[in-house]
Design a protein around this ligand. Structure first.
Ligand SMILES: C[S@@+](CC[C@H](N)C(=O)[O-])C[C@H]1O[C@@H](n2cnc3c(N)ncnc32)[C@H](O)[C@@H]1O
Ligand code: SF4
Length: 412
């Protein structure tokens, strides 16, 4: 199956059941409590657009961008969302992109101070910032840390020059290794390295060499994504030669063994962590928690017990339009989901990405319905050996995780 870089891209429903599906009208969900709340902040500029990337990102160009104006817009945006927190503190903040490390230390400090003035942060709050090795400087890393960032996520992708060039990256292996060392020297005890496999013209040995080289730096967390050809990207328009499926499966099998041998536990399709180093922010997405999303193209998801709905919010994607409309109704598209079946599917699309699964009680609380509502597809999934037959837990089996899209299709 394909993997998706969920790190900064909240899993939105890819295929909500349509009216074409003949099934009885679903009961309404009923929510009597609120899940934890996170905040995603999108900073959309990059040095150069990578040919495989479908994130909402834009080349900064020689004129650069107005970071002060953008931070002010983010805080206006947050002001307009405060009521949705419904009294909760923020469990995590994720500053993603784009390339957030193009922003100066003082700009990130103003942003985090503004967030703290508006919403309480949990005592153990996790604050992550995505850094691109082509835009990583020692001074900035220390300033980010002093501003309140306590985790960085470094987009390494590969540690081989030829592959990095093929991916259109603005950095080479030396800058990537330097960025990892910077994170350590700046005192980040928690950080992530993003790597991709199944790269153009790659083989199993090459992919494993990348993984071994990354592991040698002992990052506390590693995200290992299969390169996918996304719609509306340069790679989709002119696809590079990608390795055959057998090679990809062999790479995954050997790579997972290598990671396990170095104490990295797989806790999501593409996420591996040493003990105590899981990403709380992404876990909140996968466990169907709530999140506010601020910034151009950012998505949010909020449970509203008063109306028994889940509200999804999407901000306007163009940075210029975003800056001029942030905080007004023009900057946001709102969808309210009151269909219990659709909410159950969205819950499972996230939670079944977790090899450890989730307690049934979490489904009942966060999808606002009894497990009995999805009894028929559950029975089918168990009969096929795709779900563990374990009372009180919703967990994909190893076979189910291999065919995750087919497993999810049973519930749609
Ligand atoms: C928001 S992106 C980029 C972060 C940062 N701007 C960078 O590129 O270093 C987060 C991660 O998603 C992964 N990613 C992006 N596009 C992908 C694709 N088409 N297939 C697989 N992984 C992808 C990359 O590993 C990337 O580091
Ligand atoms: S640097 Fe990251 S966000 Fe920017 S274009 Fe490349 S992959 Fe996308």
């Amino acid at each position: 199956m394909t993997t998706s870089p969920a790190a900064s891209a909240p899993a939105a429903p890819a295929h909500a059941p349509s009216a074409a599906h003949a099934r009885a009208p679903a009961a309404a969900p009923a929510f009597d409590s609120l899940p934890p709340l996170s905040l995603y902040v999108h900073l959309p500029w990059c040095v150069r657009k990578c040919p495989y990337c479908d994130f909402n990102s834009y080349e900064a160009g020689p004129a650069g961008f107005d970071e002060g104006g953008y931070v002010a817009a983010l805080l206006r945006d947050l002001d307009s969302e405060l009521a949705l927190a419904q009294g909760r503190e923020l469990a995590s903040v994720f500053i993603g992109g784009g390339t957030p490390s193009l922003f100066s230390g003082p700009a990130i400090a103003r942003l985090l101070a503004g967030i703290r003035e508006r919403l309480p942060l949990a005592e153990a709050v996790e604050v992550t910032l995505e850094a691109n090795p082509g835009a990583a400087e020692a001074r900035r890393f220390a300033e980010y840390r002093d501003a309140g960032v306590n985790r960085v996520s470094i987009g390494v992708q590969s540690l081989r020059s030829k592959q990095l060039a093929r991916l259109g990256r603005v950095h080479g292996p030396a800058e990537a290794e330097y960025a990892i060392e910077l994170a350590r020297v700046a005192g980040f005890t928690s950080f992530n390295v993003d790597l991709m496999y199944a790269l153009p013209e790659d083989d199993v040995d090459g992919a494993l060499a990348d993984l071994a080289a990354a592991v040698a730096h002992e990052p506390p967390h590693l995200s290992w994504y299969q390169l996918t050809l996304e719609p509306n990207t340069a790679f989709e328009r002119k696809p590079p030669p990608l390795p055959a499926e057998e090679l990809v499966l062999e790479t995954e099998r050997c790579g997972r063994e290598l990671l396990a041998a170095h104490d990295y536990a797989r806790y999501e399709v593409s996420a591996y962590a040493r003990a105590g180093q899981r990403c709380m922010h992404n876990l909140n997405y996968w466990q169907f928690g709530d999140y506010l999303g601020i910034g151009a193209g950012a998505h949010g998801k909020v449970t509203l017990p008063r109306d028994d709905v889940v509200e999804r919010r999407a901000k306007t994607r163009n940075p210029r339009t975003y800056v001029s409309t942030a905080g007004t109704a023009r900057a946001v598209a709102v969808e309210r989901i009151a269909d219990a079946h659709q909410i159950a599917v969205e819950f499972l699309m996230n939670a079944l990405r977790l090899p450890g699964g989730v307690p049934v009680a979490l489904f009942e609380q966060r999808a606002g319905q009894e497990l009995a509502a999805i009894e028929r597809p559950l029975r089918e999934a168990r009969a096929r050996g795709w779900l563990a037959d374990e009372p009180g837990v919703l967990r994909p089996s190893a076979a189910g995780l291999e065919v995750l899209n087919r497993l999810l299709a049973l519930f749609c």
